[in-house]
Design a protein. Structure first.
Length: 419
């Protein structure tokens, strides 16, 4: 049965004709800006394309200078024609294809590079010095940068490794054994292999670092929004589910009101209504237990892996925005190095239990004990900004426990009974 829905439900989610109109607009905008996908790495791809173009111009200048040296200059010319076609085709394709190069296009791209390398090696084979005379073959390695944002890191590193290994084998096969041990021969060959392989390796490292940085910052921005949430609230992931349930409930009620669905409800419709009621009830129950800090940890890809929250009484909801920001910032800084290093750090944040009468506290205030225990965090390696963040939460004291940092915080909050 199809139900007609209003333009906006009670949660403020656009539905009906307005939602369909917005969906069409979003699809048009998505097609128009497909080349800007993948977290802005298209701008890195543009810079890489410029570098590849400059490298091609440099290689062409050497090709012209060595024209009279080549035993088979036409093969070298053919290599540059093929390489030029691959570079131009890859650049044009990267600006139109989006954020992922199809497998068959990537295979065609690698085949073109292989042909260019083969033709260039054939052109200089009898010179017995590939390192000094190769031009298109070396530029082919840097051409991998054109697709550095469109394919996986492992694929590009494998292609660069195969190219470097292939050039090394050809260099030894092309050179008499008596000449292979001289320093005058070895140095140019190593330099040539490095020039062919290192640009792709450096490009992969830069792109992966940029993606990691952007993803971490986006994750932190999303989690930071929980600082201003109510004491008990649904998280970002539950909001979409609630919107779906709200829309389904409104459609059912509207259908009953317009007498499209007769009363009493048929067994199938009654089962649907019971399921909706159960799911909504479960979400309401969860919303009375889950605080902003629970959602900040559970919905963060970074904090969720390293932070354990113990808050049986949901005391985190009593913290004011300044205290919340300080506690969240401290947790981020404590586990931040795990993003850029192999260090294994874990943080356990325990709030409570509150023990009345243990210490004198100001009127209409409650003292919440907060304990932060860590693993893999040495006391002398703590970032100074962590202490500033902890100072916003409350008075703290630190010590070393099991060769790692432990912080005890006395957090004063407003008594909810007096608010």
């Amino acid at each position: 049965m199809t139900f007609s829905a209003p333009e906006e439900n009670t949660l403020g989610v656009v539905v009906g004709n307005a939602r369909r109109a917005m969906g069409k607009t979003a699809r048009r905008l998505g097609r128009a800006s497909a080349h800007r996908a993948s977290l802005g790495t298209a701008f890195l791809a543009l810079g890489a394309a410029i570098l590849v173009g400059l490298r091609a111009v440099y290689g062409l200048s050497w090709f012209v200078a060595l024209w009279n040296v080549y035993p088979q200059p036409l093969a070298a010319l053919a290599a540059w024609i093929v390489l030029g076609a691959v570079i131009v085709g890859a650049i044009l394709t990267s600006r139109m294809i989006g954020d992922r190069l199809p497998d068959w296009m990537f295979g065609l791209f690698l085949t073109g590079l292989l042909v260019a390398v083969a033709l260039d090696v054939i052109a200089i084979w009898n010179l017995h010095d590939i390192g000094r005379n190769a031009t298109a073959a070396l530029a082919a390695g840097m051409t991998l940068l054109v697709v550095v944002t469109l394919r996986g890191s492992v694929e590009l590193l494998t292609a660069a490794g195969v190219l470097g290994l292939g050039l090394a084998v050809l260099m030894f096969l092309d050179t008499p054994p008596s000449d292979q041990l001289t320093s005058d021969w070895i140095a140019p060959q190593i330099t040539a292999i490095a020039a062919a392989v290192l640009p792709a390796v450096i490009g992969v490292v830069i792109v992966e670092s940029f993606r990691r940085m952007v993803q971490v910052e986006l994750d932190r921005v999303l989690v930071q929004s929980t600082v201003s949430a109510p004491r008990y609230a649904v998280g970002m992931l539950a909001s979409e589910e609630l919107a779906r349930l709200d829309l389904a409930a409104e459609e059912l009620l509207e259908s009953i009101a317009k007498k499209k669905t007769p009363l009493p409800l048929a067994p199938k419709m009654a089962s649907i209504a019971a399921s909706l009621a159960t799911e909504l009830r479960l979400h309401l129950i969860e919303g009375r237990r889950e605080t902003w800090l629970y959602h900040a940890v559970s919905e963060s890809e970074m904090l969720g892996k390293a932070v354990t929250l113990i808050d049986k009484s949901s005391l985190a909801g009593l913290l004011d925005p300044v205290q919340r920001d300080g506690l969240l910032a401290a947790a981020w800084l404590l586990v931040g190095d795990t993003v850029t290093s192999n260090a294994s750090r874990t943080v356990t944040v325990q709030l409570g239990p509150v023990e009345p009468g243990t210490e004198a506290v100001p009127e209409r205030k409650i003292l919440i004990p907060i304990t932060i225990t860590t693993t893999g965090v040495a006391r002398n390696r703590v970032d100074p900004s962590i202490w500033d963040a902890l100072g916003r939460v409350g008075h703290y004291s630190d010590q070393t426990q099991d060769s790692s940092l432990r912080v005890d915080i006395e957090c004063l909050v407003d008594n909810p009974a007096d608010v």
